[in-house]
Design a protein around this ligand. Structure first.
Ligand SMILES: Nc1ncnc2c1ncn2[C@@H]1O[C@H](COP(=O)(O)OP(=O)(O)OP(=O)(O)O)[C@@H](O)[C@H]1O
Ligand SMILES: [Mg+2]
Length: 657
């Protein structure tokens, strides 16, 4: 080349010198920097529309390529006047065309509309204008390979609808523009609005950021694969602000499948370490299972299966939350009796399926206290280890009061009748049966009559909560409420679930709420509170009827909305705070065997090995036997009576010194 400048910089010692090239020789189309050849481009033409992360193909380009983006805000006054001039030009061309009876020019119309829209947005402060420059520098070891790199880069740019012009005769300025100096001697800038600039932001990735950036090992459990990047989605709910999760999706979207998968995989995990560095605390999971879907899973992993509705399985709502610590001493929260009385109001409201009135509440309150007194349980904590009364005793107390011409009490007694002597008496007909502890405890509600489903769920949650809140046995726990819609229909029960969701974190417990009734959940204040108290939110395929509500509650974009409407079975969005990822749940064949409810698959498994499915189930039905009252207070954590201690209230010692 005719005009070649040759600067030679003597190699300097020291940190600053390390980055200076040994020599720089400038040609018309390229530079020789040290022993490298570089050529630079400025982008002068952009596509009409861009999508988020549209620069990614350039950034992941396999050759050595420097991409530099210069962004300079335009002050709103200048932007407005510039736009006004532009609009005036476009508008006058349009009028000129129409005055001369020419056909209208669609491109001109589109440009005029865009300009008008932009000026409106800028006037409202919805966006701003920026001067945006994009420069590229490609490196090669020699001139021939540089020529190849240049043509490859130009075709890549063409495929992105970018018009990349070589910095001919301005090679040095081009190179300087791509150095991290903030200098733009080429000055090939175009005006962009906020949306277009933000879409160019180069560091977007469809993957979730790692919980611990210092290690590359994934933590948490595997949820499935990432639909955007085909990477894997791991999520550690115990690393979030709270450990709760909600799973929303229409029927058959794969909620139970995902929850079962997560529960199973959580069982493999151990959180925390003891002094010797050994994993100390294995996760324990409790499942409220209205559809009897978790039985096979429980059987195969050695879990416990509690079959409510089968004879001999009883839950007594009157049990006080008496804990037994490792040394066999009994403790209870200071206000255990008072809380239990309040919980019994909830129980009665859920049994009746209606709110109780103020008059009824007053009568009930007195009757509950009297019932406890008759069983020898008073405000003195030392009496709290005595056998708790039963629902039958409360009914009898109410009947006695009713006989003294108290119509409210007589009415309440009559309404309790079906649950004491009538069709639904089995569940309450005796002291709580002891449920064995285990790493997975499944409470199946399917065989409960519909009328008892809600109360069954409530009492199971109460039983579970007694374990979770026992200060003597701390370990990470998961409590799964599948089909929570059932509980949400009753305000008292919903309030109970909400309190549980709020208190769970303090007891190292994560509540999973899965429901297909997204509208019910998001339509009530308590439901919304449960959702907002869940740091992990999973949205699976949604029905068109509720999508607007979901979009509003979770602030979804138009793309996310469309994705949720058309997602396949098992596909959904995992969202936590500002992070969101589209994933598809994925199970190994063995896991699938344990958790699937697909009738066709189940039939195939049964054909292949008739024992595999049925025998497993038979083993899962545990005969719990009639409870021995004395037993249920002495055998430790297994058999503590139920409690409503949501908070870590101070524990009082119940044993006489
Ligand atoms: N990721 C998946 N891979 C393979 N099969 C799946 C997947 N997710 C769900 N399924 C199958 O889809 C069917 C429905 O799933 P699932 O029972 O989890 O639905 P659901 O959302 O809980 O529905 P419902 O609200 O009615 O309980 C089941 O047969 C299950 O085995
Ligand atoms: Mg389900």
């Amino acid at each position: 080349m005719a005009r070649t400048t040759h600067h030679t910089t003597p190699a300097r010692s020291g940190a600053a010198g390390a980055f200076t090239p040994d020599s720089l020789s400038v040609s018309a189309r390229h530079l020789e920097v040290g022993n490298e050849f570089v050529a630079s481009f400025g982008v002068t033409g952009y596509p009409q529309e861009v999508y988020p992360g549209w620069l990614a193909p350039l950034l992941t380009y396999p050759a050595r390529l420097d991409v530099s983006v210069h962004v300079q805000p335009v002050d709103p006054a200048t932007a407005a006047s510039g736009l006004r001039k532009q609009r005036a030009k476009l508008e006058s061309s349009r009028r000129h065309n129409s005055r001369h009876d020419r056909l209208d020019d669609p491109e001109l119309d589109a440009a005029a509309e865009d300009a008008a829209d932009l000026s409106r947005r800028i006037a409202r402060g919805d966006g701003r204008l920026f001067r945006f420059g994009l420069y590229l520098t490609v490196h090669a070891p020699d001139e021939t390979s540089l020529a190849e790199e240049v043509s490859a880069l130009r075709s890549l740019c063409a495929s992105l609808l970018l018009d990349a012009k070589p910095a001919t005769y301005r090679a040095l300025q081009g190179w300087v523009s791509t150095l991290p100096l903030g200098l733009d001697p080429l000055g090939l800038k175009r005006t962009f609005d906020t949306a277009a600039v933000s879409a160019a932001y180069p560091f977007t990735s469809p993957d979730l950021p790692p919980t611990d950036p210092t290690t590359s090992a994934p933590s948490g459990v595997l949820y499935g694969y990432n639909i955007g990047s085909s990477g894997l989605v791991h999520w550690d709910r115990f690393a979030c602000d709270n450990y709760n999760s909600v799973v929303l999706g229409r029927s058959g979207a794969g909620k139970s499948y995902l929850v079962k998968l997560e529960t199973l995989r959580s069982l493999y995990r151990a959180l925390g370490h003891d002094e010797d560095g050994w994993a100390a605390d294995e996760v324990q999971a409790f499942v409220v299972d209205p559809e009897d879907e978790y039985a096979r899973l429980a059987a195969q992993v050695g879990g416990t299966y509690v079959h409510l509705g089968a004879g001999g399985v009883r839950l007594n709502p009157f049990d006080l939350p008496v804990h037994t610590d490792a040394r066999g001493r009994h403790t209870a929260p200071q206000d255990a009796l008072k809380r239990r009385s309040l919980f019994l109001h909830t129980v009665v409201a859920v049994l009746f399926g209606a709110e109780i009135t103020a008059a009824e509440r007053a009568v009930l309150d007195t009757a509950i206290t009297t019932t406890y007194h008759r069983a020898g349980i008073t405000d003195d904590p030392r009496t709290w280890t005595r056998p708790a009364p039963l629902l039958r005793d409360l009914r009898d107390t109410l009947t006695t009061t009713g006989d003294n011409s108290d119509t409210v009490a007589a009415d309440l007694a009559a309404r309790l009748h079906p649950f004491v002597d009538g069709a639904f008496a089995d569940l309450f007909d005796g002291p709580t049966t002891a449920t064995p502890d285990g790493h997975l405890v499944v409470f199946s509600l399917r065989d409960l009559p519909d009328e008892l489903r809600a109360i069954g769920t409530l009492l199971v949650l109460d039983t579970v909560w007694r374990r979770v809140s026992n200060p003597a046995y701390r370990r990470p726990r998961l409590v799964v409420v599948d089909e929570a819609g059932l509980l949400m229909q009753q305000p008292e029960a919903a309030r109970f679930l909400f309190r549980l969701a709020k208190a769970a974190r303090k007891h190292w417990c994560g509540l999973t709420t899965a429901t297909q009734d997204a509208a019910d959940l998001l339509g009530s204040d308590l439901g919304k509170a449960i959702v907002s108290n869940a740091a992990t939110q999973v949205l699976l395929r949604q029905a068109p009827q509720v999508i607007d509500q979901i979009c509003e509650a979770f602030n979804l974009s138009a793309g996310e909305r469309q994705y949720l409407l058309s997602a396949d079975r098992g596909q959904g969005l995992l969202s936590s705070g500002t992070q969101r990822v589209a994933f598809e749940s994925l199970a190994s064949p063995t896991e699938n065997f344990l958790i699937t409810t697909d009738p066709a698959e189940l039939a195939r498994f049964a054909d292949d090995d008739p024992d595999a499915t049925d025998h497993g189930l038979a083993g899962a039905y545990i005969d719990l036997g009639p409870a021995d009252t004395a037993d249920s207070f002495d055998v430790g954590a297994d058999a503590e009576p139920a409690g409503d201690g949501f908070d870590d209230a101070g524990q009082v010692d119940l044993d006489p010194a």
